[in-house]
Design a protein around this ligand. Structure first.
Ligand SMILES: [Zn+2]
Length: 173
C-alpha cells in the first residue's frame, strides 16, 4: 500500500523555514504524541506537500523542500492595512469581543467574496487597527523532514465526509 487519494496518512515531521535573509530556522515539530492524520487528497493542504508524499509507504522517511512560490507566496506589503475599529464589533454589540484586539492575535475574517481568511493584529489605535492578512509563512521556503508512521484505506464514510474519523480525526457529536 502506498500514499494516494483516499488513503488515511499518519505522519510526523519537523518544519524549518527560510526567508532568504536569515538562517534557516526551526518552525514546528509534530511528533508521535500528536501526529498529523489526514485524508490524502481531501485535506486542503498545499498541493506540493501532498505531491511530495504521494507514493510513499509506511515507515518511509521523507525530506523535501517547497519554495515559497509553491507554498504561501511572497510577503505582500499591500496586505498590511488599517481597518476601522468598528470592523471588529459584532452586530448589536458596542465593543469587540474581549481579547480580540490584542497584538499578535489571529482574527478570523471574510473577504469581499466571502472567503475565510485570518488577520493578525499588529497595532491597536483609538479608532483604527492595523492588521496583516499575509499567511504567517508567506515569503518562506519550507523544509520538511519526517516519517510515515501509519497508512490505511479510508472508510466509505470518511471518503463521503472528506475527513478522517477516530482518535486523531474528526469527532462527531
Ligand atoms: Zn465525518
Amino acid at each position: 500500500m502506498h500514499i494516494e487519494k483516499n488513503k488515511v496518512v499518519t505522519l510526523i515531521y519537523e518544519l524549518h523555514i527560510d526567508d532568504g535573509d536569515q538562517e534557516k530556522a526551526f518552525f514546528e515539530k509534530v511528533d508521535e504524541k500528536s501526529p498529523l492524520v489526514f485524508l490524502f487528497g481531501s485535506a486542503g493542504f498545499l498541493p506540493e506537500f501532498e505531491n511530495k508524499l504521494a507514493g510513499k509507504k509506511i515507515n518511509n522517511s521523507f525530506e523535501f523542500s517547497i519554495d515559497f512560490e509553491q507554498a504561501y507566496g511572497d510577503y505582500d506589503e499591500q496586505k498590511v492595512m488599517y481597518l476601522p475599529k468598528s470592523t471588529f464589533i459584532p452586530k448589536g454589540k458596542i465593543k469587540p469581543p474581549a481579547g480580540m484586539l490584542t497584538v499578535g492575535t489571529l482574527v478570523p475574517m471574510k473577504d469581499k467574496q466571502g472567503r475565510a481568511m485570518r488577520a493578525e493584529i499588529l497595532k491597536v489605535e483609538a479608532d483604527r487597527v492595523q492588521v496583516d492578512f499575509n499567511h504567517k509563512l508567506a515569503g518562506y521556503d519550507l523544509f520538511f523532514k519526517g516519517k510515515i508512521i501509519d497508512l490505511r484505506d479510508a472508510t466509505a464514510e470518511e471518503i463521503a465526509h472528506g475527513h478522517v474519523h477516530g482518535a486523531h480525526g474528526h469527532q462527531h457529536d
